[in-house]
Design a protein around this ligand. Structure first.
Ligand code: MG
Length: 162
């Protein structure tokens, strides 16, 4: 059995006039994340972690923001494609974990929904999906609620043929 880990990170600015989508869930808030796609910072970090674990580049390469097809794109589709790509290389997704760093809004009421939705997109059990939310203790841009950042890690395994 071969085991792999991957790390992903993403950050998007919070701006007025955008919906806030985290982990594919629309969160009621006065601002949303700025970006070319739906700007789902959680799913972007996760997709990068998946690609990284399979040494398969990053989402910027695979889903270039110069490609009009990704304008306003549903990031669930990007994550699904990243998962298909690693599965195409015979990897199994063992578990994932995420840290969402947001000063506002309070994410506690939405963590379960985000966890369920990521499990659904990746087709893995809910108990293989970690979703943690924390503030930035009021420090810096994230602490001023001007951005949301996410760290994600992924563990993959592959059966080795003897
Ligand atoms: Mg992004």
């Amino acid at each position: 059995m071969q085991n792999r880990v991957g790390i992903g990170y993403d950050i998007h600015r919070l701006v007025e006039g955008r919906k806030l989508i985290l982990g594919g869930i629309e969160i009621p808030y006065i601002k949303g994340l700025e970006g070319y796609s739906d700007a789902d910072v959680v799913l972007h970090a996760l997709a990068d972690a998946l690609l990284g674990a399979a040494a398969s580049g990053d989402i910027g390469e695979i889903f270039p923001d110069t490609d009009p097809k990704y304008s306003g794109a549903d990031s669930s589709q990007l994550l699904k494609q990243a998962a298909d790509l690693v599965r195409g290389k015979k990897f199994k997704i063992e578990n994932i974990d995420t840290v969402i760093i947001a000063q506002e809004p309070k994410l506690f009421p939405f963590k379960k929904q985000i966890q369920k939705n990521i499990a659904r997109i990746l087709e893995i059990p809910e108990d293989c999906v970690g979703v943690k939310a924390k503030t930035n203790e009021g420090l810096g841009e994230i602490g001023d609620a001007r951005a949301i950042a996410v760290y994600a890690v992924v563990s993959l395994s592959k059966e080795m043929s003897s």
